[in-house]
Design a protein around this ligand. Sequence first.
Ligand code: CA2
Length: 146
Amino acid sequence: MIRIIILNGPNLNLLGTREPGIYGNQTLQFIQKRLEEEAATYRIDLDFYQSNHEGKLIDKIHEAYKNGFNGIIINPGAFTHYSYAIRDAISATNIPTIEVHLSNIHAREEFRAKSVIAPVCIGQISGLGVDAYSAALFALHRRFQS
Ligand code: CA2
């Protein structure tokens, strides 16, 4: 069975409670449930994890490698823009990874347009709200479909 982990970075635990104009009004728990339903239709085994801590996200990437996960979907939050440590973890483990963003990072402040993570990912999906995660899951499903 294909195993995929969805990682969410800092402040994404606040989803649905603040700034609905930018990030929508769905909570992270709701998003998780929706993605678990979609994963089940693809027969994908899905893990879901959120942390506000850079090192914990890196530990999860290492764990995914040790446990033979096939793919990663990551919304690194603001770490997107400056975490060379998360970038190195993805690059070192070489697990096919898709970077996702709820908002369009190219249509906001200038500092958000730059991702230091995207160059080590197989793709980046930004600006489609929760559908960014669904699109990433679909893309990984297609990639591993035999
Ligand atoms: O658009 C995205 O998904 C981001 O990764 C979200 C990050 C931001 O730093 C990135 O530039 C783009 C921030 C997540 C903050 O989430 C909140 C959710 C609700 C209320 C406040 C913040």
